[in-house]
Design a protein around this ligand. Sequence first.
Ligand code: ASP
Length: 327
Amino acid sequence: MTPTDPSPRAVRVVAAGGTIAMRGERAVPALDGAELVEQLPQVAGFRLEAETVLSVPSTYLTLSDALDLARRACAAADGGEGVVLTTGTDTMEEVAALCGLMYGGDAPIVITGANRPGSAPGADGPANLLDAIILARAPAAAGLGVVVAFGGEVHAAMTVRKIDSTGPVAFGSPTAGPVGRIVEGRVWLHATPRRPTPLPVQRLDRRVTTVTTGLGDDGAMLRHAAEVSDGVVLIALGAGHLSKDVLADLRAAAGRVPVVITCRPDRSSMLFATYGFEGAERDLRASGAICAPFLSAAAARMALLACLGAGLDRAGIAAALAPFDAR
Ligand code: ASP
């Protein structure tokens, strides 16, 4: 650093369990936030505090846990600290999306974890945590918003996806690409993610059901979901396509509850006017559903939960999710 460089931020590590905190022949949560940080001699001398909020596999997180974690992360970052949130990879897409939808401040919130327990050969947790801390304190990360740092890469919260169940590069951004890398403790950022207008999420307690359609689908799940849910995420085929029958079910569902559409391919996007068959993109776009094809199904569900929890009506939800479709 030259004397003119701004100084690194203080960092707060908020630990919430996940594989990064797990150890043992049959791995279970074992390490708290302080113990996670103790594994890293490289951070000696950093302004850094660690707290432990939860010690659970991320499949155990409730919606209220997720909201509490997001609020804590946002509050610390609003106070000027760079925040590192450690949690499980299984639901990291949801936690990242929720934080990304709620946070509008300058200090970064960096989410990380591990795909291999701390006691396994090639454990990836310490390297990921070190990268996340380095990014969270870096002056260059100001304004970045919420990101996932994993496997040496930096991914925007709203477009990140878990792409590998067991390997050390567990996350990718299939549609958007990573926004940067961390190399030998140095940060390289080549893009600043587009950040949605922060949502004032009061509660996260509605039921949003994800329905995936496929070859031969009779639409029964979509009809049922619209009856028992406050909102539905529909994973359409290809570039926003359905069968004729499921299109009719979509129209009925969208007349009943907010329905958000994303598409099945990992690199999902939705056409406007290429195809003319019944059930093609034009019909889906005119169905009354809200199209957010650049969100993964997990992020779309969290986005709809957050919108409902912020008290938005259909028009408000459409406006909030507009950044996740082409214009
Ligand atoms: N496999 C998971 C992880 O990577 C377990 C969890 O999500 O808690 O952390």
